[in-house]
Design a protein around this ligand. Structure first.
Ligand code: ADP
Ligand code: MG
Length: 250
């Protein structure tokens, strides 16, 4: 579902991704862990072309992200084509980014109506189903300010699912939550994984990574230091940098 080959990204003189190689298989939960500033968010943003890579190749579902290759040369896609690619990818951030002036159900139906041209009636029905699915059947008419952080994050997940993505990207989805609200969001993600969604999850929740993750990479300073089965990498890290990071977070 995702393939990165020697992905490089710099911001001015700052090299942030220094050759990322990895493969996310369809249907798996792929966790990315690593210290702050190691390039995790930047890498996620490259997957949906919110950031443009400077070298290497990045594919989603077999298609080059953001570019077309012709006679060995890369040509950047038009905005409309990039938007088309992004439509297949749902993203959930640390901050929930809900529209504050819209209710939960309106937040979830917005993109299908505006972007896909789905009728309001159909979009509302689907949005209600999705809110039921994330356990918010009784909060459909609430505005974000009337929801807890965990509830808002579950609305954000429902909103991403409303576009029927083939891939979901999560960037520290529980980091901004009070500790007692983390579990309800992880439960929704666990359900999603059980249903076979392909997920790339940047997280500091090592318990989640170990239980739900199928693969895990440890990133540091723009490279993948170590990768494998989450239980192996977390339980028996091979590299000094991984050991040192884990000793601080576990
Ligand atoms: P992580 O998510 O692992 O904490 P990030 O991908 O957010 O790391 O950031 C990696 C590095 O890239 C940091 O040094 C950060 O300051 C830098 N960076 C990220 N985005 C930008 C940007 N838009 N412009 C300049 N530097 C950036
Ligand atoms: Mg980050």
């Amino acid at each position: 579902m995702v393939k990165a080959e020697a992905v490089h990204k710099h911001f001015g003189p700052v090299q942030v991704l220094k050759g990322i190689d990895l493969e996310v298989r369809s249907g798996e939960v792929f966790c990315i862990v690593g210290p702050s500033g190691s390039g995790k968010s930047t890498f996620l943003r490259c997957i949906n072309h919110l950031e443009k890579i400077n070298a290497g190749r990045l594919y989603v579902d077999g298609t080059l992200v953001g570019y077309r290759e012709k006679n060995g040369k890369l040509h950047e896609l038009r905005d409309r084509e990039v938007a088309e690619q992004r439509r297949g990818i749902g993203m959930v951030f640390q901050r929930f980014n809900l529209f504050p002036h819209m209710t939960a159900v309106e937040n979830v139906m917005e993109a299908p109506v505006q972007v896909k041209g789905v009728s309001k009636k159909e979009a509302r029905e689907r949005a209600e189903q999705l809110l039921d699915r994330v356990g918010l059947g009784d909060k459909k008419a609430n505005y974000p300010a009337q929801l807890s952080g965990g509830q808002q994050q579950r609305v954000a997940i429902a909103r991403a699912l409303a576009m029927d993505p083939k891939l979901m990207l999560f960037d520290e989805p529980t980091s901004a939550l009070d500790p007692e609200l983390v579990g309800e969001v992880l439960d929704v993600m666990r359900d999603l994984a059980r249903d076979g969604m392909t997920m790339v999850v940047v997280t500091h929740e090592m318990g989640f990574a170990r239980e739900v993750g199928d693969s895990l990479v440890f990133m540091d300073d723009g490279v993948v230091v170590e990768s494998g089965n989450p239980r192996d990498v977390l339980g028996n890290p091979q590299h000094e940098r991984t050991k040192s990071f884990l000793s601080k977070v576990l």
